[in-house]
Design a protein around this ligand. Structure first.
Ligand SMILES: Cc1ncc(COP(=O)(O)O)c(C=O)c1O
Length: 381
């Protein structure tokens, strides 16, 4: 039987948003999880130079692998060899490589619900079995060591993300250590998606490699580095999986774009500019956390990182896709329906991405407030 892979519903909202924009409507894009800023200025300048001088064949940058290995030492105190870093075309192929290196078809891989839509669908495409752990605000939408220990039988694997999409919540250091302990004890292999590292509002973002040296770590230039369309990311694998991961990368994807690899190397040196983006997200987060309760959107787990707020809208609808469409048509504010992240309970949630400029967040709030208030304002719970 061919695996069934569901489409992103947010794409339908994105399409409608573009249609409305073409009709002359002023649309604020808060539906997609991508920074509205471009790549760092110095990275773009490097790319211009490379375009004029480099023939751009298939290529993997050893300097970038070394720079990423250094990043693990400097940021996490973890020593890895540069050949443990596989450069990929973003986190998405890194996830495919990680799962296909670790698991045979039929393996059971745990993940939290709500979670990033592609986890479930990538597992299915690889004929792996998603084992969903339903999480709510009580667990701050994150996996706990206790829930993992209770799974019977033990899953073969675990995908975790901290900060997470769609909630932005971070697993606290002691909980991460407890999760690692359960994984060690029960033989569960971990794929840690660390794509939102660097975007945090106070809590530390620890790498799973600090707890579990045989974890596979996925990361990317799409979020902190603001380079989603450049399609560049990486996978860290333990030494015994370097050959398997390289073979898969070479056969399935060849190499990441040359231009992006040159620009990515430069982006590591653009901390000031990138930290400015994080400061903008922090301001946007505060504005929204302040404004949303007055609209009746008060059942929220405040995000510790990333640039999302996942809010319960069950007092208004049991069809969040429909609610997102109505909000977009009436106000021009595009958001994402929760069903992408949670096929069971997501119809009661929507996700607001605040990776846009602060003036746009202010405008979105000014438009959303009367709209939600006209629908009852305060939630009934
Ligand atoms: C949690 C998470 N992982 C992976 C990805 C895919 O990222 P990339 O653009 O690096 O493929 C995304 C994109 O939104 C994401 O939110």
């Amino acid at each position: 039987m061919i695996a069934e892979v569901a489409p992103f519903q947010a794409i339908a909202i994105g399409r409608l948003a573009h249609e409305l924009a073409e009709q002359g409507r002023d649309v604020i894009h808060m539906e997609f999880g991508q920074p509205s800023t471009g790549a760092p200025v110095a990275a773009i300048a490097a790319a211009h130079r490379i375009l004029d001088t480099d023939p751009m064949g298939y290529w993997e940058s050893t300097r970038l692998q070394e720079r990423i290995a250094r990043h693990y030492r400097d940021s996490y105190g973890v020593t890895i060899a540069s050949d443990q870093v596989i450069l990929t075309c973003g986190a998405s192929p890194a996830l495919v490589l990680a799962l296909s290196c670790l698991f045979a078809p039929g393996a059971r891989v745990a993940l939290v619900r709500p979670g990033y839509v592609a986890y479930r669908n990538t597992l299915k495409a690889l004929y792996l079995e998603p084992v969903e752990l339903a999480c709510g605000p009580a667990e701050r939408f994150q996996v706990t060591a206790e829930a993992l220990a209770r799974l019977d039988p033990a899953p073969d694997g675990l995908i975790l993300a901290s900060p997470a999409n769609p909630t932005g919540t971070i697993i606290a250091p002691e909980e991460l250590a407890a999760i690692a302990e359960v994984c060690r004890r029960r033989g569960i292999r971990v794929v840690s998606d660390e794509i939102y590292h660097g975007i945090s509002y106070g809590l530390p973002t620890l790498s799973m490699l600090q707890e579990l040296p045989d974890a596979l770590v996925v990361n990317s230039f799409s979020k902190y580095f603001s380079m989603a369309g450049w399609r560049l990311g990486w996978l860290v694998v333990p030494p015994d999986l370097v050959g398997a991961a390289r073979a898969r990368m070479g056969n399935l994807f060849l190499t990441p774009p040359v231009l992006a690899q040159h620009a990515g190397l430069l982006a590591f040196e653009c901390r000031d500019e990138l930290e400015e983006h994080v400061a903008t997200y922090a301001r946007n987060r505060d504005l929204l956390l302040d404004a949303l309760p007055a609209m009746g959107l008060e059942r929220i787990a405040p995000p510790d990182g990333a640039f999302y707020i996942y809010t319960d809208v069950s007092h208004l609808t049991d069809d969040s896709l429909h609610l997102c469409e109505a909000l977009l048509r009436d106000t021009g504010v595009a958001t994402a329906p929760g069903v992408d992240f949670d096929p069971v309970d997501g119809h009661r949630f929507l996700r607001i991405s605040f990776a846009v400029s602060t003036p746009l967040v202010e405008t979105a709030i000014a438009r959303m407030t009367p709209w939600f208030n006209a629908r009852g304002g305060k939630s009934r719970r």
